[in-house]
Design a protein around this ligand. Structure first.
Ligand code: ATP
Ligand code: MG
Length: 436
């Protein structure tokens, strides 16, 4: 017996042969004599099966079954013109008739029933693209001799500022859910060299945007003796490797999502570098305004951080990512090293995805001098004692080093061309949603 997995086989090789497909009833049309079903297999592939209606009376949408029969070519059959003329049927589970997911449904209903909505073609297509992105990221790191490590997610220290920390009860004490693996990766470069990790990061983001989640998958890397230029080269290569291989492997999936592939195929190093100063100049020349907390509008000026709108404006007409470098150090966290040739400027870079998608990574050289970093911690009104173990890394054999953090969901959102970051994960966590 030949078991079909719809997307993995060339149907033409099996015409006239007896085949079996296992899956779920995706569409169902019962006629007097024959019943036409679209069966969805366990990788989201579909094929039409035709069955005598008298054998199909109990079947409902999402019933789970195994169909055996002859594979035939029929130009009327949806999804490629092949169908199975069923002779045998094994039913594993008849679904209740009130399956809540249909074709045109509100976003809220789909999110409330995400445990079922993950079966839609769109969600499984995105999940496959996401898996490729992770696979080729890992492949790049392995091929380039980076060591994969794991870090704790229950921590005591803030990396990205206290306002987005999730507090958890930890035995008789309080702790937090990690915002980033960075501090731990920094500790590891002393004995493991270039290291990287994929870890869930948690941020209590109060603003609802199409690119923020409360829990996201964070790919982070850190290496000793590298400088900012090296870090940019590493990210260009990594991104190009991920994009080229994903396009190659998932062209049909990307096509299903109506992703323009030519843009992606053009992604290769080097990416343009723009200084923060230049970026502000460009935005000012377009009369770009920002809205202050009190609701007032004013033209953007030097010293303002880049937000979702300014990043969209900067990348709208570009087909490749860009790096924004030379940010004022005041806009960056305490661990970003200052450029000694340009006072007040940090040795960091944000990578912005093209076509308006905006920031996908942030990274830079880390301040490795104990006196400078202690001063920076104090300047940000943080308590150096809270960073005691981290400061030991500067006390005992401090080494120049650099690293970056990249959001997998941001990468998926860009590569798969999705508007809402919630679609990049199967079970999104946002301010208003923590189940299912
Ligand atoms: P943004 O300015 O877009 O809010 P950030 O600068 O606060 O992001 P970083 O601290 O630089 O974020 O985190 C590194 C990377 O992690 C970001 O470039 C982004 O890809 C990803 N990331 C950060 N916060 C989120 C989030 N809430 N949801 C999804 N991805 C995120
Ligand atoms: Mg950032």
């Amino acid at each position: 017996m030949i078991h079909l997995r719809c997307n993995d086989v060339k149907y033409a090789d099996y015409i006239g042969k007896e085949v079996t497909v296992r899956g779920w009833v995706h569409r169902l049309r019962k006629q007097k004599e024959n019943t036409f079903m679209l069966i969805r297999d366990d990788r989201g592939g579909v094929i039409q099966c035709v069955l005598a209606t008298e054998k199909a009376l109990t079947l409902t949408i999402e019933s789970c079954l195994e169909v055996t029969g002859k594979l035939q070519q029929d130009s009327r059959a949806p999804e490629g013109g092949y169908e199975i003329r069923a002779t045998d049927l094994k039913i594993y589970g008849v679904a209740k008739v009130d399956y809540p997911i249909g074709e045109y449904q509100s976003e809220d209903l789909l999110l409330d029933n995400r445990h079922l909505a993950v079966r839609t073609r769109r969600m499984s297509t995105i999940a496959k693209i996401r898996a490729s992105i992770l696979k080729y990221a890992r492949q790049w790191f392995i091929e380039n001799n980076w060591l994969e490590v794991n870090v704790p997610v229950i921590v005591k220290d803030a990396v990205e500022g206290g306002s987005t920390l999730f507090k958890v009860r930890y035995f008789d004490d309080d702790a937090y859910l990690s915002q980033s693996a960075q501090l731990y990766l920094e500790a590891m470069v002393f004995s493991l060299g270039p290291v990287w990790s994929v870890t869930e990061s948690f941020r209590a983001e109060k603003s609802r945007t199409v690119r923020h989640l409360a829990e996201f998958t964070h790919m982070e890397a850190e290496a000793p003796w590298i400088i900012l230029d090296d870090l940019l080269r590493i990210q260009e290569q990594l991104i190009s490797h991920i994009v080229q291989n994903t396009v190659n492997e998932n062209s049909a999936d990307l096509g299903y999502l109506k992703r323009d592939l030519s843009d992606l195929k053009s992604i290769e190093p080097p990416f343009d570098k723009l200084s923060y100063e230049k970026v502000i100049e460009i935005l000012r020349s377009k009369d770009f305004v920002i809205i202050e907390d009190n609701g007032n509008e004013r033209k953007i000026e030097w010293g303002d951080d880049l937000n979702v709108d300014s990043e969209r404006e900067l990348t709208r007409n570009r087909s490749r990512p860009i790096f924004v470098v030379d940010f004022p150090i005041s806009l960056k966290p305490f661990y970003v090293k200052e450029d000694h040739e340009k006072e007040g400027i940090g040795l960091s870079a944000d990578m912005l995805a093209p076509r308006g998608f905006g920031e996908i990574s942030s990274g830079g050289e880390r301040e490795n001098d104990i006196t400078s970093i202690t001063k920076r911690i104090e300047k940000e009104s943080l308590d150096p004692k809270a960073y005691d173990w981290y400061l030991d890394l500067r006390r005992y054999g401090s080494v120049p080093h650099a690293g970056f953090g990249m959001g997998i969901e941001r990468l998926v959102r860009w590569i798969a061309n999705l508007q809402d970051i919630k679609d990049t994960v199967l079970f999104p966590r946002t301010m208003s949603r923590v189940r299912p």
